[in-house]
Design a protein around this ligand. Sequence first.
Ligand code: ATP
Ligand code: MG
Ligand code: FE
Length: 335
Amino acid sequence: IITLSIESSCDETSIAVLKNGREVLSNVVNTQIELHKKFGGVVPEVASRKHIENIDEVLDEALKQANITLNDADHIAVTYGPGLAGALLVGLSYAKALAYTTGKPLVGVNHIEGHVSANYIAHKDLKPPFITLIVSGGHTHLVEVKNYGEYEILGRTRDDASGEAFDKIARAMELGYPGGPIIDKLAKQGNKNAIDFPRAYLDDGYDFSFSGLKSAVLNYLNAKKMKKEDIIVEDVCASFQEAVVEVLSNKAIKAAMEKGYNTIALAGGVACNSALREKITELGKTKNIEIKYPPIDLCTDNAAMIGCAGYYNFINGRRDDMSLNAVPNLRIGQR
Ligand code: ATP
Ligand code: MG
Ligand code: FE
């Protein structure tokens, strides 16, 4: 089965071709990061316009690299939420037009389920059930993957997402956008025990909270500025990152143990974080829990992960029609 998949939920225009859900024949990603950098974050209208400009070329390139024609595809998979409404609509309308003109089935995909599915591409032997820790720019969820397309949410962030916390702290220190990769890099030269930032364990449940940590870092930076003391950026990065990574790792391991799983799959852009990968793998070893994560290019937004989730939706019988609309706040497991 050949899947043609389209992703445009944020600032990446991406189209991929997959064979039988897990074999990537092409995965073309046109990122707008450079364009949005000067604004310090994604500007929705600018993103939508750029998707329209890019998408024809991205399709041509994806088909060319996969060495197929549009007619070789068995279905069209597309992200319809969550994400920016205007950005989602570009990919969705494009997918509808392709499905309509070729007569191929249209299959809607949840972007977050796509992030989780990146693990199926990276680990050919991975099958549900397992625990997934979803840590992206807009989401932080601890989820039981019971079967393909079947999710049970154990916990979620009550305020900021983990990626959002990285981006906001980087912005406060004027380090650039997106903040995650920059903080990850600077933290390597810093001391993670330099500053004792708060960890929110919230009565030991599965929910997360990062706004208290964010305020603590901002207060620390302001106090240093008031006292005209030097800020050691590397130490702030390392100490902040450690506070995030420690809570994420401990809660995910606790969930796996309490629910009786021996596999945790990391998903989303923050799954790129080297300290998170290291810490949770180390903790997992002591508890006989295997930690899996996708390579960097499958952690951040891409259409291959959407194609993989779309393939499982397709073989589970999901079909959408021309009335499929963009759902900016679509939740995991919801359709
Ligand atoms: P969502 O998937 O929730 O809709 P999104 O698509 O914008 O949001 P992703 O593409 O999954 O988010 O990930 C982008 C986020 O990942 C950004 O917040 C970015 O700072 C973060 N990120 C990327 N690399 C790293 C890293 N090495 N360490 C920490 N965070 C990182
Ligand atoms: Mg992005
Ligand atoms: Fe994403």
